[in-house]
Design a protein around this ligand. Sequence first.
Ligand SMILES: C[S@@+](CC[C@H](N)C(=O)[O-])C[C@H]1O[C@@H](n2cnc3c(N)ncnc32)[C@H](O)[C@@H]1O
Length: 233
Amino acid sequence: MMWKYIPKSCIHVSAVSLKKTAADKRWLVRQLSDPYVKAAHFQNYRCRSAFKLIEMDDKYTILKPGFTVVDCGAAPGAWSQVAVQRVNSSGESTELPKGLVIGIDLLRIAPLDGAHFLSCHDITDPSTHTELERLLPEARADVILSDMAPNASGLRELDHEKLVTMCLSMLDLAEKVLHPGGSLVCKYWDGALAHKLRQRLSLMFQDVRTVKPKASRKESAELFFLARMFKKR
Ligand SMILES: C[S@@+](CC[C@H](N)C(=O)[O-])C[C@H]1O[C@@H](n2cnc3c(N)ncnc32)[C@H](O)[C@@H]1O
């Protein structure tokens, strides 16, 4: 199956064009030998990033049945798939409370049972915040996830700064909608401004830690902040 837009890291091998540059070939070799790519295929996840959230949730129990989750930068939808399973938002279990998953992305996201997607929405746009508040029960969420990433320019510092700016905007949203005691997971690329993000998170949450799941490639500058126990406004 082909999605309208697929980040390179999320493309399954079968979707790769046959006309390849040397860089494409290197990427393809890496994909073919990546156990998470294979596992994503066999477990029907939209991309390998699902395993980053699975790993973090298995360790820290961020997602519980009945929770309301906002997934920022949700396309193509693998984190939302994991969230749907773990908060029971498709109502698969009739014995557990039913949660809610709302995914937001600049790109179109293919429908997913149990998730409501705000495709073609920019998380940095205040009108997205307003629309989200309208959709959330009592305008509140238990968990905010962000695996957002800007289109990489290749200039490491510039990309780092762009992502930090997006994350800070996502934190404005978190301040408005998170329940006291709520949690947040936020992807960032390590760099000079990471401390700014951590400082802001430390003001908002009782517990902030940096996590690097095994499914996140060692050579990638990608790290995650896990922030728990949102303080009362
Ligand atoms: C690495 S992908 C997310 C993968 C997703 N977590 C999954 O598991 O399927 C990063 C996403 O962030 C989105 N993004 C980048 N800037 C954004 C913005 N300002 N608002 C919303 N989404 C954004 C991109 O369009 C892209 O789909």
